[in-house]
Design a protein around this ligand. Structure first.
Ligand SMILES: NC(=O)c1ccc[n+]([C@@H]2O[C@H](COP(=O)([O-])OP(=O)(O)OC[C@H]3O[C@@H](n4cnc5c(N)ncnc54)[C@H](O)[C@@H]3O)[C@@H](O)[C@H]2O)c1
Length: 332
């Protein structure tokens, strides 16, 4: 990444969802690179934002508690920015089924408003949108590349797909430089661990630290790939820095895949104690489960030189250590 680092020194950067897991890690990195960083986050209590995520850089960033659905405020915020990392999102798949319209308003409508604001007042901004592997639905082949059919299995997947395509459309039609990364399971310090809304891995870490058994839904044979948050941040920065990314979609992923039982065993080993139990899939989760998934990330590797660098055991060790020390800031 070193060759692009200079680009961000002194740059005016807006991060929506900046108090969330990935947004705050990105902010930390950008502050280190000398960028002028503004974080937009509504801190809706049920969502993943947490002021503790920016501990240590609070005085180096501007925090704006605007909701991205506030179109007038977002129009003002977008002006004169050089980079927009568009990460604010309703991330719970289950919540998208029980409250689909909120998911639509945040993950699709607000994205369109943000792009309209950019079209009207700041066509020079470079935008990177955080999309999700959920848009593919149940894989028809593995690893899943960007040519895989799109067949979302929940409302969240459909709305994220719309959010993503608005970005590509505005790139194509209006020349607003924008691209989207389809993230796979991302993990690390700052991830949501208080409940299972974001990812099963978060609640597993909490269960382990609380001395409770890790609960695996189903038979534990589902395979997944994982990216440590610093690798996700590196991908976001590479996508922002390169005009080769404009109008493109890129998968993130890892060549290391594990099934859920292997993952639970690895966590228990790294923790030095713990146990897991297999429990039947709750019906509401089973209905929207995608089965095995891991990504082919050759496209971003070829175009932007990105590949994951943090091995799963290394990343999990760092994540466990973080929550052992800081859990009081994430659950009580
Ligand atoms: N973490 C993953 O494994 C993963 C996987 C695929 C995609 N993504 C995408 O990456 C992005 C960031 O994810 P994350 O893991 O950091 O989640 P997160 O929940 O930690 O961060 C999202 C942030 O957005 C904020 N937010 C939500 N709605 C908002 C609104 N209406 N206005 C302003 N702020 C709002 C939340 O308060 C939160 O701080 C999301 O768009 C998510 O869909 C994440």
């Amino acid at each position: 990444m070193a060759e692009n680092d200079d680009l961000f020194a002194g740059a005016d950067v807006l991060i929506t969802g900046g108090l969330g897991f990935i947004g705050s890690a990105l902010a930390r990195r950008l502050v280190g690179l000398g960028a002028k960083v503004t974080l937009v986050d509504s801190l809706i209590p049920e969502y993943g934002g947490n002021l503790f995520n920016i501990e240590g850089i609070r005085d180096s960033v501007t925090v704006d508690r605007t909701d991205v659905r506030d179109t007038a405020a977002m129009s003002m915020l977008i002006k004169k920015r050089q980079f927009l990392f568009n990460l604010a999102g309703q991330t719970s798949h289950l919540d998208s089924m029980t409250d689909p319209v909120t998911d639509l308003n945040i993950n699709a409508a607000a994205q369109l408003h943000i792009l309209e604001a950019a079209r009207l007042s700041n066509r020079d901004v470079k935008t990177v949108f955080a999309s999700t592997r959920q848009v593919y639905g149940r894989p028809q082949y593995l690893p899943v590349d960007e040519k895989h059919p799109l067949n979302p299995v929940d409302v969240n997947g459909i709305n994220k797909l719309a959010g993503e395509w608005y970005h590509l459309l505005y790139n194509e039609v209006y020349g607003l430089r924008a691209c989207a990364l389809r993230l796979t399971n991302s993990y690390g310090p700052g991830m949501r661990v208080k409940d299972a809304r974001q990812t099963f891995l978060g609640i597993w870490i909490r269960q382990l630290i609380e001395g409770k058994p890790i609960q695996i839904f189903g038979d534990g044979t589902q395979r997944r790939d994982f990216n440590f948050v610093t690798d996700v941040v590196d991908a976001l920065l590479r996508a922002a820095a390169s005009d080769k990314a404009n109008g493109e979609i890129f998968n993130l992923g890892d060549t290391e895949h594990v099934n859920l039982t292997e993952l639970a065993k690895l966590l228990i080993k790294l923790n030095g104690s713990g146990e897991y139990q297999l429990i039947p899939f709750p019906n509401d989760r089973k209905a929207i489960d995608i089965g095995d998934y891991y990504a082919d990330f050759a496209k971003i590797n070829g175009a932007l030189g990105w590949k994951p660098t943090v091995a799963l055991d290394e990343g999990l060790k760092a994540t466990l250590a973080y929550y052992r020390t800081n859990h009081a800031h994430y659950w009580n």
